[in-house]
Design a protein around this ligand. Structure first.
Ligand code: RI2
Length: 310
C-alpha cells in the first residue's frame, strides 16, 4: 500500500480514529522508505516529505497524524547516505507504533484506577483509549455498565457497542440528543481526543462539548483520554486547529432534502478546559492546564520553534 493509497484510506475514513490513523501513516512512511528503488538520498528525502504532507492533509484536525509524521522524520536531516535515511525512518516508524500501542495500554491502567465498582459510564464516538480504560476496569472485576452515543452522522457508536458487547461489557446505545436525559444516571463520562491545545481545550468528535457542558451541569466527572502525541505544538505557536467539515451526503441521502437546502457537517468540536476534570495520558493523569508542560516535554522547545515559527 503506497502513501497515496494510505492517505485515501484515512480521508475516506476506511481507517479512522486519531491514534489508528497516526500508526497507519507511520507504517505507510516506513514502507515508502523500505520499498524505495531509486539510488538517490535527495530523491527519497523528497518522496518522504511529499508523502508526509499528503498523509497530514488527509484528516486536518487530528494532530496525531502531524505528530506521527514528524516523529517518523525526526533526525532524518542528519542522514548522509541513502541507507542512513532509510534506517532512521524505519526505526522511527517502528518506535512510534510501539510507543503508541504501549500508550493505549498505560492509559487503560491509569484511567481504570479512577473507575469505581458499579460505575455507569457514558462514552462518545469510538475512542480506542477511552475503551482501553473501560476494558481494563472491567477486567479488574469492576461491575461497570456503559452508555454509548450513536455519534451521528458516521455512527461510530455502533463500533463501540459491538466492541464492548464482544468483551461481555454491559452496553446500551443512546441517540446523541439523549445525553442530558441520561446524565442523571451517569457516574463518569470518558471520551477520547483528536487534538489537545496548549490551553487545555480538547478537540474531539462533534457533540463532545455539549456532553461536557451537560456533565458539568450535573456535577458528573468528565474525563478525556489521550496519548501525548495528541497534544498540539502548533497551538502553542498560535495556530488554530482546523475543524474538518465533511460532505452533506454523510448527513442526508440524495433526494432527502429540498433543492437548495445546505447541510453543515462539522465532525469535531472544542471543549473548553473548564469543563474537563482531568486528562489521562501515558505519562500520567493531568489537569488540562498542564497541557503546555506536556507539549514542551514531548517536543522540547527547540523542536517547537524551529518547526513552527516561519
Ligand atoms: P482514539 C475519532 O475521530 C473520535 O473523535 C475519537 O474520540 C478520536 O478519533 C480519538 O480516537 P474519527 O476518526 O485515538 O472517528 O482514542 O473521526 O481511537
Amino acid at each position: 500500500m503506497g502513501v497515496e493509497r494510505a492517505a485515501d484510506a484515512i480521508r475516506s475514513m476506511e481507517v479512522r480514529g486519531a491514534g489508528r490513523i497516526a500508526r497507519y501513516a507511520a507504517e505507510a512512511m516506513k514502507k515508502l522508505a523500505q520499498e524505495y528503488q531509486g539510488g538517490s538520498l535527495e530523491e527519497l528525502r523528497a518522496e518522504l516529505k511529499s508523502g508526509g504532507e499528503k498523509l497530514i492533509e488527509s484528516r486536518p484536525t487530528a494532530v496525531s497524524l502531524w505528530n506521527g509524521v514528524q516523529s517518523v522524520m525526526r533526525g532524518s536531516g542528519e542522514a548522509s547516505t541513502l541507507d542512513d535515511l532509510r534506517n532512521i525512518v524505519v526505526r522511527n516508524a517502528e518506535d512510534f507504533i510501539d510507543r503508541s500501542n504501549r500508550a493505549t495500554q498505560l492509559i487503560g491502567q491509569i484511567g481504570a484506577r479512577r473507575v469505581n465498582d458499579g460505575d455507569r459510564i457514558l462514552t462518545h464516538c469510538n475512542s480506542s483509549v477511552a475503551l482501553s480504560v473501560i476494558r481494563t476496569a472491567f477486567k479488574e472485576g469492576k461491575r461497570i455498565s456503559v452508555f454509548a452515543t450513536e455519534s451521528r452522522p458516521w455512527r461510530q457508536g455502533l463500533i463501540t457497542v459491538r466492541e464492548l458487547a464482544e468483551d461481555g461489557i454491559p452496553v446500551t446505545m443512546i441517540v446523541d440528543s439523549a445525553v442530558r436525559w441520561i446524565m442523571k444516571d451517569i457516574d463518569l463520562v470518558i471520551v477520547g481526543a483528536d487534538t489537545i491545545a496548549s490551553n487545555g481545550a480538547v478537540i474531539n468528535k462533534i457533540g463532545t462539548s455539549q456532553i461536557a457542558l451537560v456533565a458539568h451541569e450535573a456535577r458528573v466527572p468528565f474525563v478525556v483520554c489521550a496519548e501525548t502525541y495528541k497534544f498540539s505544538s502548533m497551538t502553542l505557536s498560535g495556530k488554530p486547529v482546523k475543524i474538518e467539515e465533511r460532505s452533506a451526503e454523510e448527513v442526508a441521502g440524495s433526494g432527502e432534502l429540498p433543492e437548495g437546502v445546505e447541510v453543515l457537517n462539522p465532525v469535531f468540536d472544542a471543549t473548553p478546559p473548564e469543563y474537563i476534570d482531568y486528562i489521562v495520558t501515558e505519562i500520567g493523569l493531568i489537569p488540562p492546564c498542564a497541557s503546555y508542560e506536556v507539549i514542551v516535554r514531548m517536543l522540547g522547545h527547540e523542536f517547537l520553534f524551529e518547526n513552527q515559527i516561519e
